[in-house]
Structure formats: structure tokens, C-alpha cells
Write a protein of this length. Sequence first.
Length: 325
Amino acid sequence: MNNYTVVFSSDDNYIVPTYVAIHSLLYHARRNDCYDVYVLAPGNLMDSSKDTISSIEKEFTNLKIHFINLGDAFSSSSLFLDHTSIPTMYRLLLPSLLPDCDKCLYLDGDILVTGDMSELFDIDMEGYYVGGVRDIEADICIKKFDYDCTPPDCENYINAGLLLMNLRLMREDGIEQKFMEYAGKKLMFADQDIVNIVCHGKIRFLELKFNTIVKYTFVNYKQKHYSSYITDKYPIQEIYDAIDHPVMIHYAQAIKPWQCRYVYKGEKWYRYIKKNVPDNIYREHILPYIKKYDDVDTIKRRIFLRWILYKLGIFRLVLNKQHRL
């Protein structure tokens, strides 16, 4: 029997996506593996939100959920992106929040686990602070942003939606204190930038399938002639593995599947909640949450049109042309 530690951050506004993320993690886990799931939350998290998350324990006997109250930590932090929130900063405190834990997996709430995550814990992290999947589009924003410190290295930049964290080494080298030195800086991607700046040189790059980011159009179909900036970071077979057998789908974009089902891979999120989430949770919590976003604005109409073109194969032809060498 193996014991794994997985961490999420959430507030009341993000409880439903976090519920789905945790549920999908346990649904695809081996039943003889035990999971300690920690939810980092602000001090004002409602009891009803805790009850919603804790209800997952009734379905999976190999799960134990713990809440860690972060009070008003980082409440004075400035976030540049509208679709990020203060709890995203909480992961920076994990070395001290989990003093008896040597290694943990941190996951964002805007994900859907589609495979067994235990394989990650077998990865050797000796000499590395964190493991993550390369983010090859962040440089577009980073290079245009006016940092008040040395910006992160775009060539070796990872997405923080999935972080395999060597907490033992981070404690030994005082990494949390170095994180805090950047907490008040002007940053494009908040804690994600901080992780990349502080951990630079000691980041282990993981396969794309562990964090299949849907904002990348190339993960939605197979194309033999990808541009070199893609294949320099992801070998063709690694892309194909992420397409055919993703372990985790990450909705790392401003519009999420619960806001508009026509985002890339959004139908998988909907299919999962309808098939696997208990009916009472679906009716009482998830459905009302989704209905809050029923109004259709210009962005959603554009996404819907792109989804139609993709299904018809037209959008795919456009992308093929864009990615040819």
C-alpha cells in the first residue's frame, strides 16, 4: 500500500471545480493506494464548502481530506490576471505547511484527472526542487510585461498547474523564504513566475501528458509537421501520448468548461460530472454553479463557432496550415 500527498488551493468561488478535480483524482486512482488530500483555503471558507469537498470521502475509502486555514495570507498581493485568485499563492508556503512531508503533488482546481497519477510519485526528484511541464506560450506575455525584477527564463519555464514538489530539499535550502522575497513583486503570472525564478536550474521537466494544457491547439489533433518551437520542447511522440492518453487535462485559460462547454476538451469535463458525480451533488451544487454562467457573451459565441469549425474539420485545416514548417 502506497500513501500519496496531493494539495489543492481553493476559496468558496472555486469549490465546485476543486470538488470535480479531487473526485476525478480518486476515481482514477488504484484502490490500494491511499491519498491524503490537503485543501489550502482562506479563513473565511464556508462550512458548506468544506462539507461539499469532504463528501468525497464517503465514496472513496482510500481518501482522507484535510483543510489548512491560511487566514488572510497574501491578501495584500496584487494579481495581474483576472482569472487568478489569492489562493493560488498558497502553494508557496507548502514546505512549512507540511513539515513532515518530503514530497507532494500540487494541482490546480481547473483540471480533470483522466488517468492514474501515482506514476508521478515514482519520479526521482533528487537534486530538483520541483517538477513540471514546460509552458511554451507563457513567453509571449512574459516578454511584453514590465517586471520590477529579473523576469523568469522563458526557455525553461514550467506551468504551475501541476507541481511535483521536493519539500525536503526546499526546506533544506530555504526556498520558501526566497519565494517570499518575490511575493510583493510585480509579476505577470504571480506564484508561477516566482516558482520559475527561484527554482531555476533545479526544475525537472515532466511529460506533457501529466499536464495537457488545452490552450495549446496542437494537443487537439495529430500533426506530423509541427513548428520547431514546439518540437524543441515536446517530442512528437510525447505530444501524441498527451493527445491519446492524457493523465490530466488542464483548462488553463480565461474561459473554463463550467463557463462555456465549447472550450477545447470541455465536453470531457461535462461527461465526467454527469457520469461519475453523485446525483445529489450534481443537482445541489454543480448544476447551480454552471447556470451562473448561462449568459452568452461575445467570447462564448466565438468559442462556440470555433468548436463547430473544429468538429467540421475546417478549423483543423487552418491550424495545419499555421503549424507547417
